[in-house]
Structures are given as structure tokens and as C-alpha cells.
Design a protein around this ligand. Structure first.
Ligand code: UD1
Length: 420
């Protein structure tokens, strides 16, 4: 177990390279199960969640080699020997549930532990199951597992999602590429990670159109071929570094990013007074003297991402004026608030709304990362706090930020990983 010790007050300067997206590589690894042969995934971030997904697909019969130096994973699949995703792995990472669609499509059966609750909300999987059932699978739940099976090949169907769930869209998309006939997913999620998955599936020979819009059409095929795929850059990591630059009064160039994926974050930071220059795959952030309060409300893409809410709140605590943050995606995603308050933040919560009184300087304190993005918000607060901040439970941060402290140090930050 380690903690991060951050000394605040140093403006960040320099260039940072953004890693491949966690939320793109996890479904990409699951998608490798749809084929036989050797697939290669590139620009893979070295993250705990990626190692967990590698262990899971290994346990299902795939040979997986993660060359962290080359940032490359090769996945060799033959006949899948297993069809069960055990509790130990699904429990540590909800995205493990994404193997269900590919297993069902390829093996005709899948048994996956129910993800259960997690810190940020109950996070059910009803929409995933509704989709599988529409494709002809029989679903049974019991003893903490969901079992889906189909005697014949899955059959294409028209599926309307009650909410544009990212995971459900990905799982149903992966199940339907090998189904018989046409599937239409309506009210589908439109996140860039969905488009990336569809791009990879198309390169494997799948027929998918409309990814990135709310209607995705899939015409099933008999067989898919292995592929080589480079995952998109992580828009949440990029957004977090933009805030780090703005909060510390810094001047930072963020490389390997897709500006289009960051529209809501860029728009809100500009509204707040941050100076931002954009090029196709680069963002230059310069802090201005006066940063103003802005209101945000999280929404599915292209709205403001829930995965940036905690970090944005850490930022808004330092801007001039009062701001309002409304979380519409997850019911319990304000756990960072009590930790930020330990550092001096003035925040009031009413249901899914937080009211932030800005302009109160942070004071370094001992705080705890309660989840991945909450952990990132504490690092941001620590970077501009007076004195030392000690952040514990940083395994949450390691799940989704590659070498966070190394990248920050390269920009001049005083941050250390200290083993306990
Ligand atoms: C993905 C991201 C996560 C991000 C989230 C929302 C990955 C690995 N994770 O998570 O970082 O915060 O999108 O952008 O890509 N829901 C249901 N029934 C379902 C499925 C979801 O009610 O069957 C609800 C959830 O409880 C939640 C909302 O829909 O309130 C959004 O969830 P979803 O879009 O599915 O998020 P994930 O795919 O789990």
C-alpha cells in the first residue's frame, strides 16, 4: 500500500502525453473473444483495470501478452475453454461484465457474476440483459450469477435502450455482430469509446453503421477475423491534466488527444476564463489571472462527462463566485465532497446538486481516494493547496490513470508515491 504526498503551489509547465483510453481498451479486449487467431491492440495504457481484464480473458482460454514497454497487447484466441467470469474479477471491475456479449455470441453461453453495487451507485445491468434476451438468449439469475444461453445462433432484433448506457450498448453490439440478420440498437450511447469499438469490429469484418449516433445498425456475419487496433486517447485523463494546468496557474501542452472528444470540458473551461488553444490532436492550456465560477450538469456524451465531475468540482472550489454542479448519471457520485471539505472546500449537497462557494484556498490535509475520479480530484486540490496533502487508497487512482505522479512530476509538480 502506498500514498501520494503532494506539495501544493507549484505552477505546472511543459508537455504531457495522454495515454490510450481505459474505457476503450476494456471493451476492445473483450471483443478479441469474438474471433480466432492473434489480435494486436496498440497504445494500451498500463493500468490495473487493463491487467484485470487480461486476467479475465486469460481465464476464458485466451493467450494474452501485455508488453508494457511497447504499450501493446497480443491476444490469441482459439476455442474458448471457459464461459464463466468469476466473482473475484467482476467484483473488482464492473467492466468485466463486457465479456458476456462476446461469450454469448461465440460460445452460445455465458455465466458472469452480477456486478452488484459499487461506491458511486447501484449500477444495474438490466439493459444489457434486455438486449441479450431480445437477441434470443435465455437469461437466468441465481447464486449471484447471470447465466445467458442460446441453443441456436443469436437472432438480430430491434432493441430500444431506456437509457443510453455505454456498457449495454457495447455488450449488445458485441453480441449482435455474430447474430443472424439485422440488429438495430436505438437510443444507443454515442460516446467516442463506442465509435472506437465499432471501428475495431468493422476491421474484424463486422458490418456496423451508425456508431456515434443514437441508432446503430448491425448486420450479423458468420465469422470475424483477428485485427490490429490502436485505441483512442483517454479524454478523461486529458481533461484532468487541463484542470491541473488551470488550477496551478500553469502553462501545459497536452499531446495525443482528440479535441473533438473534449468539447464540453473545453467549452466550460473557456467560459470560466481559462485560455485554450486547440489543434487537431493537441491542446495548449494557459491559466488566466481571474477564473470565474461556472455551472455544470453531467449528461451522456456529448454532454459534460460524469467522469470529469469530481475533478471539475475540485477546480470550481478555487474560482471566483458560486457554482452549481448537478450529477444526473450516477446517484451517489459526491463522495469526494467530504474529502475536499477536509481541505477547506465550501460545498453544500442537496440530492444530486452541489453548491460550491469558490475562492477559498485549499489547505493540505490527509484525505482518502474513495473512487477513481474522486482520487483525481484530490490530487488536483493537493497541487494548489497550501502545504502537504497525503492521499491514501491510491489504488483507485492506479486503476485508471497511467503513471499519474510521473507525468505530473515531469510538469514540475512535487508529488511522491510513498510506500507505507
Ligand atoms: C461507463 C464508463 C464509466 C462512465 C459511465 C458513464 C467504462 C468501462 N466505464 O460505465 O467510466 O462513468 O460509462 O459515462 O466504459 N444503467 C442501468 N441499467 C443498465 C446499465 C446502466 O440502469 O443495464 C444506469 C447506471 O446505473 C448508471 C447509468 O445507467 O446510472 C450509466 O451507466 P453506463 O452508461 O452503463 O455506465 P458504464 O458502462 O457502467
Amino acid at each position: 500500500m502506498s500514498i501520494f504526498v503532494v506539495e501544493g503551489g507549484i505552477p505546472l509547465n511543459g508537455t504531457v502525453r495522454i495515454s490510450g483510453a481505459k474505457n476503450a481498451i476494456l471493451p476492445a479486449l473483450a471483443a478479441c473473444l469474438l474471433t480466432e487467431g492473434k489480435s494486436v491492440l496498440k497504445d494500451v495504457p498500463n493500468l490495473e483495470d487493463v491487467h484485470t481484464m487480461c486476467s479475465l480473458i486469460r481465464s476464458l482460454g485466451a493467450k494474452v501478452n501485455f508488453d508494457t514497454e511497447k504499450r501493446e497487447i497480443t491476444v490469441e484466441t482459439g476455442l474458448l475453454v471457459e464461459h464463466t467470469a468469476p466473482y473475484e474479477l467482476v467484483n473488482t471491475m464492473r467492466a468485466s461484465f463486457l465479456v458476456m456479449g462476446p461469450l454469448l455470441a461465440k460460445r452460445g453461453k455465458a455465466k458472469v457474476s452480477l456486478p452488484g453495487g459499487c461506491a458511486i451507485g447501484s449500477r444495474p445491468v438490466d439493459l444489457h440483459l434486455k438486449g441479450f434476451s431480445a437477441l434470443g438468449a435465455t437469461i437466468n439469475t441465481g447464486h449471484g450469477y447471470v447465466e445467458a444461453q442460446t441453443r441456436e445462433r443469436l437472432k438480430g432484433a430491434r432493441i430500444y435502450l431506456d437509457f443510453p448506457s455505454v456498457g449495454a450498448t457495447e455488450n449488445i453490439l458485441m453480441a449482435s455482430v455474430l447474430a443472424k440478420g439485422q440488429t438495430v440498437i436505438e437510443n444507443a450511447a454515442t460516446e467516442p469509446e463506442i465509435v472506437d469499438l465499432a471501428t475495431m469490429l468493422v476491421s474484424m469484418g463486422a458490418h456496423v453503421t451508425g456508431a456515434g449516433t443514437d441508432t446503430i445498425r448491425i448486420v450479423g456475419t458468420d465469422k470475424l477475423k483477428p485485427t490490429e487496433h490502436t485505441v483512442i486517447p483517454d479524454r478523461i485523463e486529458a481533461g484532468t491534466f487541463m484542470l491541473a494546468a488551470a488550477l496551478t496557474g500553469g502553462d501545459v501542452v497536452i499531446e495525443n488527444t482528440m479535441v473533438d472528444h473534449l468539447k464540453p470540458v473545453i467549452a466550460k473551461l473557456r467560459e470560466s476564463g481559462v485560455l485554450i488553444d486547440e489543434e487537431f490532436n493537441k491542446i495548449h492550456v494557459t491559466a488566466s489571472q481571474s477564473l470565474k465560477a461556472v455551472d455544470i450538469k453531467t449528461h451522456p456524451y456529448p454532454g459534460f462527462p460524469t467522469d470529469m465531475q469530481a475533478q471539475m468540482m475540485a477546480y470550481l472550489c478555487q474560482t471566483e463566485g458560486t457554482s452549481m454542479v448537478v450529477e444526473t448519471i450516477f446517484e451517489n457520485r459526491f463522495m469526494h465532497v467530504s474529502e475536499l471539505k477536509r481541505m477547506g472546500a465550501r460545498i453544500k449537497i442537496d440530492g444530486r446538486t452541489a453548491i460550491i462557494e469558490g475562492g477559498v484556498p485549499y489547505m493540505g490535509a490527509q484525505v482518502k481516494a474513495t473512487d477513481l475520479r474522486a482520487g483525481a480530484s484530490l490530487i488536483l486540490a493537493g497541487l494548489c493547496a497550501e502545504g502537504l496533502t497525503e492521499i491514501s487508497d491510491i489504488y483507485h487512482i492506479d486503476r485508471g490513470y497511467e503513471a499519474m505522479e510521473v507525468k505530473l512530476k515531469d510538469l514540475g509538480a512535487q508529488i511522491k508515491r510513498v510506500p507505507l
